[in-house]
Structures are given as C-alpha cells and as structure tokens.
Design a protein around this ligand. Structure first.
Ligand SMILES: Nc1ncnc2c1ncn2[C@@H]1O[C@H](COP(=O)(O)OP(=O)(O)OP(=O)(O)O)[C@@H](O)[C@H]1O
Ligand SMILES: [Mg+2]
Length: 496
C-alpha cells in the first residue's frame, strides 16, 4: 500500500487535487441514507465535455515531456475527477480502484483523445501519473514509493530535492504551479486532521505511516509553499548499518553498548539531520528487555524492539489554540508511570529541567538528544533550556546539576560530503571552579577532502581510561580496557 493509501485508511479522502482550475463538480452531494446503500458504480452519468479544438489534440509524438503531453494529461485528469465518484474511493479495495481508474482513463483516451497517438510507454506513464494525482501525492508519489529515498524536500513548485543514502539531489519532477503544490499540501495535512492557511501558515505533522511532514506557506515562505517530508523507515538503521556506512568503529559500538547497559545517562548532540534520532534508536536497542521504558517524542519516530515500552507523543494546540500537551507535561507525567528509563526524543524546551531532575533522581540510564554542534555547545544549550524553565539557582549550581545528571555526550555530524559520522564521544567528569569538565575518549579527525570530494580522516582513541569504567564494573558490565589505548582505529577516504 502506498503512503497516500495508508493515510487514507478509515478516512474519507480529501478531494483529488485537480491539475488546473476546473468547473465545479457536477456530482450531487450525498445524503446520509446514501452512505448505507450498496456501493454504487464509480461512473456517474455526466454529459461529455464540448469537443476540443482539433489544434489542442495534436499528439506529443516523440517528446513525452512536451507541453501537449501535460495538456492532455491535465484534461484527462480533470475529466476523470468529474466522472469518478470520489466518495466511493475509500469504500473500495485499492486494486479495484486502480483497475477502475485504468479502465476510465483508457476509455477517455479512446473516446476523446483518439487523435493523440501515445505509444504504450507513454500511456502507462500517463496512467501512473493520473493515479498518483487522484490517489496520492502527485509528482512526489514516485519518491514516496521509492524505498531508497529518505527525505523529500520541495523548495518550490519547480524545485524538488530528494535524499538517497545521505546524498541530496535535485530531481526533474515538478508541480504545475504553486496552486498544484498547495493542493497536495492541503491533502496531506487534512488527512491528519490539520490545516494550513493564512492564520496558520506552518504545520508540523506526523503521517499515519510515521513519516514526518512540515509545510510552510506564504507569507512566511516568500517564494511559495515549501514542503519537507522525512520518510519513516520500517527498517531502521542498526549499529551494524552505521558501522558499514563508516559512521563509527566497532570499538565505539562496544563502548556505547556498555554505557547504555550500565545505565549511564547519555546526551546525543548534533545538528539538523545529523543522525541524532537514528543513533538514539540504535542505543535504545541496548536497553535490557526487562526494564520498563517510557518514550516521549513530538512525533513518534523511535522503533524499540523491547516489549515493555510505553510511547507518549505530544499534541499540538487545536484550531482554537487549546489543548496543547507539551513534552514537559509528558516528562512530568511519565515520572508517575514508574519508568526504569526515560527516552526523550529531543530536548528542546523547558522539559530539559524535568529531564535532568529525572536523571538525577534514580532514572539513570535515560537517553535524549539535543541540537548542538559540539559536546561543549550541548552543555551550554542545556543550560539555556534549563534557565528557560525558570529554575531560580546560581549558574554554578545549575552547572553542577547538569554535570551530575549527564554522564556521556555523543556528537553526531553530517559532513560536507553528505556522510554522517559520530565525531566525538566524551565523558562528563565533574566541575572545576564553575566550569563543567569533560574528556574526549573517541573522536573522528578530519584530515582533508579527497579529489572526489570525499571527506578523509581517521577515527582515533584518545588513550583515556574513562572514569565511568568503574561504574561499568560496579554494574557487572564487562569492558576490555585495551579498547581505550591511544591509537588510530580506522582511516577513511584514503589520502587527502
Ligand atoms: N550514519 C548514517 N549514515 C547514513 N545515513 C544516516 C546515518 N544516520 C542517519 N542517517 C539517515 O539520515 C537521515 C536523518 O537522520 P535522523 O532523523 O536520525 O537525523 P536527526 O539528527 O534526528 O534529524 P532532525 O534534526 O531532523 O531530527 C535519516 O534518513 C537517516 O536514515
Ligand atoms: Mg531527529
């Protein structure tokens, strides 16, 4: 089932997005009693449109990209939308709808556009594109279907980027115009009970299949609507995948596993799209299955394998601006749920204070992420977030509080060649004066860039025996001390 169909489950579909302005639908409104009747045939009797001028019917002969191809596609699509009883779309199985659409497109082409000599490849392309318009996300649908695409970024109606394997690339897909893009955005957000308009020009939503969507429209988006989709992967990356991608070394993998098992509090730091959530997911897999885990997220993305998990998700305010449930509410509530571990998807507001309190009061082994460019920045950001919560204590006491809560900071980074790496693994060791002290145990050092634009560098062990070794021992987690000996663990990218 494709994304749009999954979105559709149990819901009446939003009207299909017409490709171009069209006459008001001629389908009469349905009464409540009609809903109870047996499904009707999809075709509704409508008089055919006036015959187009012969000049409009010239075939797009060789070039399927031609304006005529689009003109005919638009016309066939509009005709189909008029003929189709859209309200029946969610009552019929997907296969039947697909067959019906194919039958109708064939018959429209035969009866009204017989002058357009499409070859079979062009016909099937036209049919697929029309299906995508009626049932899916239009020009985005091929990327939604493509499992190798992880992000879809629509900068404007004619500029669509996708990310595959960490690499962003411009595609040649495009919407017809801003209205077309806007209609697809409306369709996406209305299916999850949200809306976007002048009074609410940006919306963040999680789709039913778990994908995350952000849409922003004018006047906030200056050049027309913009849309970003982070696709949900049913098959999230595992530690082995990250190692295979060269994001970290086996040594760091072993230490991270030991750190989570022995209940140290971990803060994952990184910029946008640097791999924080992915790493959080990987680390949470190491939590023993007999521990009770509560996860708190703005948009549920984590995919834990354990059985004993309660997942909580925030709720935005409703249209009247009421009913918002923040991460802070959920952290406070979660403390009453007797969790052994709390996993907070991203610490980005006043919930930082409650999270630190939890970490300091017996919920050790908690994990969270924070938006920062280095472990030192992460601590500073945490300080800012805690002060936002209105905790009235001196800066030194606040730092002490942070230092005693956080044990380990792991830095994730998206490098200039698009690869993602764990660039630093640091331990918080305590305080010196009013400064929090840390020591780096593992790092990735960039040495340059190869001629092909790849980052060259090496993973190193700094030769520091972490203070937390004792805690690992005390908790019965075995750790080979030789892992911490100073050396180069791996080189990547060859000679710069
Ligand atoms: N080490 C890696 N190698 C390759 N791809 C990765 C790696 N880590 C994460 N990814 C991919 O990068 C994308 C972004 O990852 P992720 O969602 O974890 O980032 P994030 O830092 O949480 O982003 P955001 O700031 O938007 O929350 C995802 O598609 C993910 O599958
Ligand atoms: Mg994230």
């Amino acid at each position: 089932m494709d994304l749009a169909a999954r979105l559709n489950r149990g819901r009446r579909p939003a009207p299909a997005a017409p490709l171009a302005p069209q006459a008001p639908s001629q389908i009469p409104p349905r009464s409540a009693s009609e809903d109870l009747e047996a499904p009707k045939p999809l075709l509704v009797e409508i008089p055919p449109p006036p015959k187009p001028e012969p000049s409009e019917l010239k075939a797009p002969a060789a070039n399927v990209q031609s304006a005529q191809y689009y003109a005919i596609k638009t016309a066939v699509h509009d005709r189909l939308v008029n003929l189709l009883d859209l309200s029946l779309l969610d009552t019929l199985p997907e296969a039947e709808i697909n067959t019906e659409i194919a039958r109708m497109v064939e018959s429209i082409l035969r009866e009204e556009y017989s002058h357009a000599p499409f070859n079979s490849a062009e016909r099937s392309r036209l049919l697929q594109e029309i299906r995508d318009e009626v049932l899916g996300l239009g020009p985005l649908e091929p990327f939604v279907r493509d499992p190798t695409v992880s992000d879809i970024l629509v900068n404007s109606y004619r500029q669509i980027y996708v990310e595959r394997k960490g690499k962003l690339a411009l595609t040649d897909a495009r919407f017809q115009d801003n209205d077309h893009l806007r209609k697809i955005i409306d369709r996406i957000v209305s299916k999850v009970g949200r809306r976007v308009d002048e009074s609410q020009p940006m919306v963040d939503a999680r789709l039913e299949d778990g994908s995350r969507v952000n849409a922003i429209i004018p006047p906030l988006a200056i050049d027309g609507p913009a849309l970003s989709i982070r696709k949900f992967s049913r098959d999230p990356l595992e530690l082995e995948d990250l190692m295979a991608f060269g994001a970290l070394t086996p040594e760091l993998g072993q230490v991270m596993q030991a750190v989570v098992k022995s209940r140290l509090n971990v803060l994952i730091s990184g910029g946008t799209g640097s791999g924080k959530t992915t790493l959080l997911n990987v680390l949470s897999r190491f939590i023993p299955s007999d521990e009770r885990i509560v996860t708190i997220e703005d948009a549920a993305e984590l995919q834990l394998k354990q059985e004993h998990v309660v997942r909580l998700e925030t709720r935005p305010a409703n249209i009247e601006g009421r009913g918002q449930i923040t991460q802070r509410h959920l952290v406070v509530n979660c403390l009453r749920m007797r969790p052994d571990r709390i996993i907070l998807g991203e610490c980005r507001g006043s919930e930082a204070l409650d999270m630190l309190q939890a970490m300091n009061t017996g919920h050790d082994g908690s994990l969270t992420t924070i938006h920062a460019n280095s472990p030192r920045d992460a601590l500073m950001r945490l300080e800012t977030l805690v002060s936002m919560a209105g905790m009235n204590i001196s800066q030194e006491s606040m730092r002490r509080y942070i230092a005693s809560a956080v044990d380990v900071i792991i830095q994730a980074r998206r490098l200039m060649d698009g690869t993602r790496k764990i660039t630093s693994f640091q331990e918080v060791t305590g305080m010196e004066g009013d400064m929090i002290t840390m020591q780096e145990i593992f790092a990735f050092e960039q040495t340059g860039v190869t001629q092909r634009g790849k980052v060259a560098g090496r993973f190193v062990s700094r030769g520091v025996r972490p203070k937390f070794s004792e805690q690992l021992q005390a908790r019965g987690v075995e750790m080979d001390e030789r892992l911490f000996g100073q050396r180069v663990l791996a080189s990547v990218g060859g000679e710069a």
